[in-house]
Design a protein around this ligand. Structure first.
Ligand SMILES: [Zn+2]
Ligand SMILES: [Zn+2]
Length: 391
């Protein structure tokens, strides 16, 4: 089993083949519901674009019509999918049917997916995009559904297959990040045309226009299980210009992309198609590994595998744990745009001595960050290690 372009073949593959879930004892002990064993492909697209249906087009004439956006995403940007998220509050029912109708028509499974989506916003709670699994769906607007909990309640009440993703939480019109929904909100938008929202002071960020909190790391430190996506939020920019999402999915169909997003099998980049994969003890990106006092000693040291296929020279690959960089690699071995390695993480601070029976119970999220020489960056969604007491 391998990706059509060879991404999963040597030399980039950490273990060879598709090992992610052959991983043995851990897979048994800590497995969550697993959809990953069948082999996946990495598909890229912009999850956040505005068309001329958004009135902001009047100030930014580059939005393009719905059809122009899809055409650009497919033929110029060479991406696999596009979610146009026009503002629900500023759209008529007629425009909504037009948008969904064209999305349905444009979608060709296996070639290009026009992902049905809309942007929901209120002045107080900020902006969240809604992604659907079907084209025959109602328009959901912040004028009637006035808070995030009401939004999730509404989605459930209508029995819709829909997921929400908040954006620009750390700047004006900030998304409310005090609450999320573990089932319906799988990710946050870490990068867009507004810049980098990883943490305050991160590269590619205009700190003058940011709050000092409410970044991705702040949100994850609340214990939320949210992966990362990138979307341009393109008002003045074409699709896939400043922020794209990579999704590890079984095939290029709307149901598969939707399921993969639901499981947080995503990476985010600043627009370049940087391919990053990473696993911990065989568990893929987006996994939540729960461990308790009985199996804690089996879990450590963590075996962390990283593979990167860059689009330019890779300058740095970081492993980030609970917001802190705990490991950095700067020298690819063979080719400058490729990196593959394994790193073993002990359970806690160590002076190099392996101590049996001192594994600690600190819960953590771990993700990988890539920086290229040309300034482009990429992030994987985290993998979580959640400790619980087994009574
Ligand atoms: Zn917005
Ligand atoms: Zn937007």
């Amino acid at each position: 089993m391998s990706d059509s372009n060879g991404f999963r073949r040597k030399p980039w593959c950490v273990d060879g083949g598709i090992p992610e879930l052959e991983h043995r004892k851990y897979a048994k002990a800590y497995r969550e519901s697993e959809d990953y064993a069948e082999g996946v492909h990495l598909y890229f697209g912009d999850v956040h674009k505005h068309s001329s249906l958004s009135p902001c087009a009047k100030v930014n004439p580059y939005n393009g019509t719905l059809a122009e956006c899809y055409c650009h995403a497919r033929t110029v940007a060479g991406t696999d999918f596009l979610a146009i998220c026009d503002h629900a509050e500023r759209m008529t029912e007629g425009q909504w049917s037009e948008s969904m109708g064209l999305a349905r028509e444009t979608t060709v499974p296996g070639e290009f997916i026009a992902w049905p989506a809309v942007e929901w916003a209120t002045p107080l709670y900020g902006h969240r995009n809604i992604y659907f699994r079907d084209y025959d769906v109602p328009l959901i607007s912040g004028r009637e559904i006035t808070s995030p909990p009401k939004l999730w309640e509404h989605i459930r009440a209508l029995g819709l297959d829909a997921l929400t993703i908040p954006h620009h939480a750390a700047r004006e019109l900030s998304a409310d990040m005090t609450r999320t929904d573990d089932e319906l909100e799988p990710a946050l938008e870490i990068f867009s045309g507004w810049g980098n929202e990883e943490y305050y002071g991160a590269p590619l960020q205009d700190t003058d226009r940011c709050f000092t909190r409410n970044f991705a790391v702040d949100t994850l430190l609340r214990g939320f299980h949210m992966g990362f996506v990138g979307g341009g939020d393109g008002h003045p920019a074409p699709p896939a210009d400043s922020g794209i999402t990579g999704i590890y999915a079984k095939d290029l169909t709307l149901p598969s992309l939707f399921e993969a997003l639901r499981n947080r099998r995503t990476i985010a980049t600043t627009g370049a198609k940087i391919r990053v994969d990473f696993h911990i003890n065989g568990f893929p990106i987006g996994s939540v590994i729960r461990f308790n006092q009985h199996d804690i000693n089996e879990l450590f040291p963590l075996e962390i595998g990283v593979t990167v296929q860059g689009t330019d020279t890779i300058e740095q690959v970081d492993i980030v744990e609970n917001g802190i960089t705990v490991h950095t690699k700067t020298k690819p071995r063979a080719r400058l745009d490729q990196m593959a390695y394994r790193w073993f993480r002990p359970s806690g601070p160590t002076d190099g001595v392996k101590r049996i029976g001192t594994c600690n119970n600190v819960s953590r999220f771990i993700y990988v960050r890539v920086k290229q020489r040309d300034g482009h960056m990429a992030w994987t969604s985290p993998i979580w290690l959640d400790f619980y007491y087994d009574e």
